[in-house]
Design a protein around this ligand. Structure first.
Ligand code: PLP
Length: 379
């Protein structure tokens, strides 16, 4: 059976460029980047070059890039690192954040921090005015994601940055889904930006936090002096090198790839539009959502039923964040749009990527329509 992967928002396959760049660091250039001998220097050289390349791609200085184990750690580092370095005791996050931000904020609550959650509108947009209203004198940080991982809605980051800064707060954005597919640079004004390599055809287990110079952070992982003393642990040189290669490739191809993904996404949408009782979730203006994201709710059919039915037809889609995919609870971001638990359970995410072809879209859309029709008839 031909298998069609339409879950690029969960993870992406490693691109050839990253694979080739990483290989030497698993064999001849295996040295610990902190060792003083020539083996170590080789590792250090790879790490420095990767940091410089990523800094260049995001319009930052090299010393503003901190490597992490991925997007989850970058989010935790931003929220908890900032909280531990400040006397301020209040934070604002949006209601549609990834579990990495929500759970980090939840832990801070347990340590006496107050967290205000700002509700989005029904399409997932977070208004700068609602952020302004939530900010208090003791607000340390505002965190709003760039592109939502379930329904793809894109935020007006510069406007949200202004709202935070006008209120004297720092601004963090989780750009894990956006980076690579869209232009994400320090020019947006954010003080911290989270990245993850495996969403842009890089390796799993590596990411970065951009930290604007002058932003105070406490080290989340205590240990050695790696990452300028802010993140202990032997450096993942191969991961960083693969991340830089994948990021470079993504930025180089971005414009062309974004246009191609939009066409594929729109073609899928047009092909399944006639399905009974179904509606798009997230931004109705498709130019204001991630180019590779489609999220649909099929009334009366649970995402779980549809995912299994599609899997049996060789098509891989998902219900929401892979981090919560095995839980019976629907993704919190969907309920933040004002859906009931049952409605949120009926949402599937279809995400397109570099290996998706027009014929994949045609085949997957036919499988989708067939599965929906059969499942609807069973109701
Ligand atoms: N933030 C967002 C928006 C994501 O989509 C993900 C991954 O699903 C993460 C954070 C976590 O990134 P990682 O898997 O690198 O820990």
């Amino acid at each position: 059976m031909n298998r069609i992967y339409l879950d690029y928002a969960a993870t992406t396959p490693l691109c050839e460029e990253a694979f080739v760049a990483m290989k030497p660091y698993f064999s001849s250039a295996f040295g610990n980047a902190d060792s003083v001998h020539s083996f170590g220097r080789e590792g250090e050289k790879g790490l420095l070059a990767a940091r410089d390349a990523i800094a260049d791609l995001v319009g930052a200085q090299s010393d503003e890039i901190y490597f992490t184990s991925g997007g989850t750690e970058a989010d935790n580092f931003a929220l908890k690192g900032a909280a531990a370095a400040s006397d301020k005791r209040h934070m604002v996050i949006s209601g549609i954040e990834h579990p990495a931000v929500r759970a980090a904020a939840g832990q801070l609550r347990n340590f006496g921090f107050e967290v205000t959650e700002v509700a989005p509108d029904r399409e997932g947009f977070v208004s700068p005015d609602s952020v302004r209203e939530a900010i208090r004198e003791d607000t340390l940080l505002v965190s709003v994601m760039w592109a939502n991982n379930v329904f793809g809605t894109l935020q007006d980051i510069p406007a949200l940055v202004s709202a935070a800064h006008d209120g004297g707060a720092l601004f963090h954005t989780d750009a894990v889904q956006a980076a690579g597919a869209l232009e994400v640079t320090a020019d947006c004004g954010a003080d911290m930006i989270s990245f993850s390599a495996h969403k842009m055809y890089g390796p799993k287990g590596v990411g970065a936090l951009y930290v604007r110079r002058g932003t105070r952070l406490f080290p989340l992982i205590a240990g050695g002096e790696q990452e300028r003393g802010l993140r202990g642990g032997t450096s993942n040189v191969a991961g960083a090198v693969g991340f830089a290669a994948a990021f470079g490739r993504a930025v180089k191809n971005r414009e062309e790839e974004t246009g191609r993904l939009r066409l594929l996404r729109d073609a899928f949408y047009s092909a399944v539009k006639a399905c009974d009782g179904f509606r798009p979730v997230g931004a109705s203006d498709f130019s204001r959502r991630h180019p590779g994201n489609l999220c649909l709710r099929v009334e009366g059919v649970t995402a779980e039923q549809l995912i299994v039915a599609l899997d049996m037809r060789g098509v891989a889609v998902s219900a929401g964040s892979a981090c919560s995919a095995r839980q019976s609870e629907p993704d919190g971001a969907l309920m933040a749009l004002g859906m009931t638990r049952q409605e949120a359970r009926e949402c599937v995410r279809i995400s397109f990527g570099k290996d998706t072809s027009p014929s994949d879209v045609e085949e997957a859309a036919a499988a989708f329509a067939d599965a929906v029709n059969r499942l609807s008839r069973k109701r």
